[in-house]
Ligand binder design. Structure first.
Ligand SMILES: [Zn+2]
Length: 284
């Protein structure tokens, strides 16, 4: 059954190169008029029936007010729930949200992905050097020592690993989110995992966080100034044109191959054309 979802893709290509050239499921068409929502892949796709992240909500604010805060309703809910969780556990905490997607998806400047309503940039929680929480108002690059220089205010800031971990935990424990990736720099990842271990956080949560947090390779930025969240398609979205990329997570529902479908040729093809590194380089 699941394989049938991809059958038009398989029939439309004879060689892998053609698959790269033509792709599949990019937009609703006369051949696939039912495609809706997050259609295609994060770096090559579109978005219909988008929801807009409200300009203000519990525990978050937008970095800038622009037309780049659209996503699937599910992704909007993911951001809202995670920000609210941090604000409830640490009153006053304010997550600064960067770009999501455009109303109809597709390419937006400065990003390779963000095209299908399943990606979003969340700036890092920061404190002053004295430890007073602040609301992040610009991208600041966090170094190996957890410090960052705020060009706007001409001051050093400290990465707030405590609040950031609450956010990461909320994301990876959110069953509806099905987090596929949290693209972030290696030092930030290491600080978060060290913090979680030191606090004795649940092993399953730490393992999930370790699994999804990844520093993307070039040409994407190292992501030392924000976390780029990408969620996987759910089953309804897969049926409606969403295309799965990257590894399959145990906590991410993906279609099971039918026993009648024979060898998993499709899995092999997908693994060849959507390798981990390719997914990661489309992180921006
Ligand atoms: Zn991004």
């Amino acid at each position: 059954m699941a394989r049938a979802l991809f059958a038009p893709c398989i029939l439309s290509v004879s060689i892998l190169g053609a698959l790269f050239a033509t792709g599949c499921a990019r937009s609703p068409s006369s051949l696939a008029p039912h495609f809706t929502g997050s259609i295609g892949m994060p770096h090559r796709g579109v978005l219909t029936k988008a929801a807009e992240l409200p300009r203000e909500g519990e525990g978050y604010r937008l970095l800038v007010r622009n037309e780049r805060h659209y996503a699937t309703p599910r992704f909007v809910g993911v951001v809202e729930r995670a920000a609210a969780k941090v604000a409830r556990e640490r009153p006053g905490a304010m997550l600064t949200v960067g770009d999501l997607s455009a109303r109809h998806g597709g390419k937006i400047s400065s990003h390779a992905s963000h095209r299908t309503g399943r990606d979003g940039d969340l700036l890092l929680y920061m404190t002053t050097l004295e430890g007073a929480p602040i609301t992040t108002t610009s991208f600041v690059h966090v170094g190996n020592d957890g410090l960052a220089f705020d060009e706007d205010r001409q001051r050093f800031l400290r990465f707030d690993v405590e609040r950031e971990w609450i956010l990461v935990k909320a994301l990876v424990e959110d069953a509806e989110a099905r987090v596929q990736w949290l693209f972030v720099s290696r030092p930030v990842r290491a600080m978060l995992i060290d913090w979680a271990r030191a606090r004795g956080e649940p092993g399953e949560t730490i393992l999930r966080a370790m699994d999804v947090m990844l520093e993307p390779g070039p040409p994407a930025q190292s992501h030392d100034d924000h976390i780029h969240v990408r969620i996987a398609c759910d089953l309804d979205e897969l049926a409606a044109g969403c295309e799965h990329t990257g590894p399959t997570r145990p906590w991410v529902m993906t279609p099971e191959p039918s026993l009648d479908d024979g060898p998993t040729t499709l899995d092999l093809v997908l693994s060849l054309v959507q390798p981990l590194s390719r997914d990661a380089t489309a992180a921006r």
